[in-house]
Design a binder for this molecule. Structure first.
Ligand SMILES: C[S@@+](CC[C@H](N)C(=O)[O-])C[C@H]1O[C@@H](n2cnc3c(N)ncnc32)[C@H](O)[C@@H]1O
Length: 279
């Protein structure tokens, strides 16, 4: 029997800690770009610290400022508790298990790995996203400057769903700059990168949750990939801009909103039929 899954894309202007209010579905994949807890040093090694990037012109308004005022006391244990509850349970079969991908500061990886184990997320794979430029130009006299972002894949016991035609991928992943999206958030992630991750770790129709949605790049990537996505963003200003971005995307891409899939008579989801999936 051929049937159609209606996709949903919703952003909530709330703490992910309040998610019970919204009764959202559990996720095959959680993508989270967590606040880096760097407070007022957000632009510490960036040329943006100075007016026009020129230290002779004095400090800009970004000197001693935060990326956003939630970027200082993010609680990793609460975050992992939420994620462990919202990931789908381990399936009986192999090759279908859910996982989460966390973008984080280098130092946060250690706490994330240890705390994740307390929530049954016993395994990790570290990721490095490699840029071809560095924002740490003020460190140039130290010779070594950062051109990477860091992340972790966290999963329970079974290996996560992995769709790459049987081919492996490297854990150092190229970071292509997103020149197409309007920049509405200081730490906005490239949509294409998120689309790639989504296509590897989920199937069309799967559910993705982003607990720290910012500009809603994850939701935009999910819309473009034919996946359902839910996001949380506490800052009203970011939420408004992100919500407008989602509405604009949905208005343009209306046909992405439902994905035909094959169901057995028992209602078990089978692999989507390639030529029927509108991707
Ligand atoms: C690093 S940014 C995410 C940027 C996002 N990946 C993007 O591409 O735009 C983290 C976001 O999480 C939000 N945030 C922090 N704590 C939160 C919480 N408890 N619940 C929901 N959002 C939160 C912050 O306001 C911030 O916008």
């Amino acid at each position: 029997m051929r049937t159609t899954i209606k996709l949903k894309h919703e952003l909530f202007n709330d703490h992910f800690q309040n998610s019970k209010r919204y009764q959202i579905k559990k996720a095959q994949l959680i993508i989270a770009d967590i606040p880096y807890n760097i407070g007022k040093n957000a632009y510490g090694s960036s040329v943006e610290w100075y007016v026009d990037g020129d230290n002779k012109k004095g400090e800009s308004k970004l000197a001693n400022s935060e990326f956003f005022d939630t970027d200082k006391d993010f609680r990793i244990p609460e975050f992992l508790h939420f994620c462990s509850k919202m990931l789908l349970p381990e399936p009986k079969e192999t090759g279908k298990a859910p996982c989460m991908i966390v973008f984080c500061a280098f130092d946060q990886q250690f706490e994330l790995i240890e705390e994740a184990k307390k929530h049954g997320l016993n395994n990790y794979i570290n990721l490095v996203f490699v840029k071809n430029s560095s924002s740490q130009v003020l460190k140039a006299n130290m010779r070594v400057v950062g051109n990477c972002e860091y992340g972790l894949i966290l999963y329970r016991d079974k290996l996560p769903k992995f769709n790459n035609n049987g081919k492996m991928i490297f854990n150092a992943i190229p970071w292509e700059k997103d020149t197409k999206s309007e920049k509405i958030h200081p730490t906005q992630k490239p949509v294409k990168l998120l689309e790639n991750l989504i296509s590897i770790f989920t199937d069309p129709g799967d559910v993705i949750i982003d607990p720290c949605a910012g500009s809603a790049s994850t939701i935009i990537a999910a819309i473009r990939s034919g996946r359902t996505a839910f996001g949380f963003e506490i800052k009203k200003d970011f939420y408004r801009l992100a919500q407008a971005r989602i509405e604009n995307e949905l208005a343009q891409e209306d046909f992405f909103r439902s994905v035909p899939v094959l169901m057995t008579t028992q209602g078990t989801l089978l692999e989507p039929v390639e030529d029927e999936v509108l991707l």
